[in-house]
Design a protein around this ligand. Structure first.
Ligand code: APR
Length: 235
């Protein structure tokens, strides 16, 4: 890994687990408590918008109370040291990467943002969103969380795929590799001969595709990994 300088880091719910936020697919995860078909699809919002708002309102409060952990801080440090060379992409809708000082691309949107389904206007979400909210731009009462639901296209895909297909190293941290297109990034990176590393508490569905595996909680493994990258680059 010596000399590696251009990196894409993909994070998932596992990186925020050590900050007290639930993952989705672990035994105690969100999808064990809720049916994703009830709260995380456009059809669910059309059927029962109140339920969907309540689900995201609860998560917005929890995310606002959470603090970034050592893994978020280490990635922010890596970005600061290697300015412009570390693209950080997250599937998470919490704001913990930003809170740690990182520059992050939210491919699945953000709990802190609201979206008007009528005119696509976006703005900072109130802590509690509801059916009664009107869009500040067009006035329509079709306000939803600015999160990407199942069946919708993730954001910034062109920019992300372009980076995955050109950089030296692809790292995935705390993601189960079950949700595409993010789960496919490792294969894209391999096609161009990039090094690939997975940091996870357990094996994921995509573990077989990575060159290197670092096992353990992200708040312990990510700072060590960042230290190693920086030390290797210094020679
Ligand atoms: N440190 C590192 N990894 C962890 C930790 C931890 N402390 N705790 C859990 N993990 C790992 C789990 O082993 C699992 O592989 O994090 C992963 C979490 O997987 P998911 O719950 O499936 O979360 P994620 O991969 O981010 O989900 C992808 O699915 O439901 C959608 O839109 C949602 O963005 C989400 C997407």
């Amino acid at each position: 890994m010596k000399g590696t300088e251009h990196i894409v880091v993909l994070t998932g719910a596992g990186i925020s687990a050590d900050s007290g936020l639930s993952t989705f697919r672990d035994a105690d995860g969100l999808w064990a408590q809720h049916r994703l078909e009830d709260v995380a699809t456009p059809q669910a919002f059309a059927r029962d918008p109140d339920l969907v708002h309540r689900f995201y309102n609860t998560r917005r409060v929890q995310a606002a109370e959470a603090k970034p952990n050592a893994a978020h801080a280490a990635l922010a440090r890596l970005q600061a040291e290697w300015r412009g060379q570390v693209m950080l992409v997250t599937q998470n809708v919490d704001g913990l990467h930003e809170a740690a000082g990182a520059d992050v691309i939210h491919m699945h949107g953000a709990l802190a943002r609201a979206l008007c389904a009528a005119c696509d206007h976006r703005w900072d979400a109130q802590p509690e969103m509801s059916l009664k909210d009107a869009c500040p731009s067009c006035g329509t009462r079709a306000v939803r969380p600015d999160v990407v639901w199942f069946g919708e296209m993730p954001y910034h895909m062109e920019q992300i795929v372009q980076a995955v297909q050109t950089r030296d190293l692809f790292a995935a941290i705390g993601t189960s590799g079950q949700v595409y297109p993010a789960a496919g990034f490792v294969e894209e990176a391999r096609l161009i001969g990039a090094a690939t590393v997975e940091l996870n508490l357990n094996d994921s569905d995509m573990s077989h595709a990575f060159d290197e595996h670092i096992t353990g909680p992200a708040s312990a493994t990510v700072p060590d990994w960042v230290d190693r990258l920086l030390a290797d680059a210094r020679g």
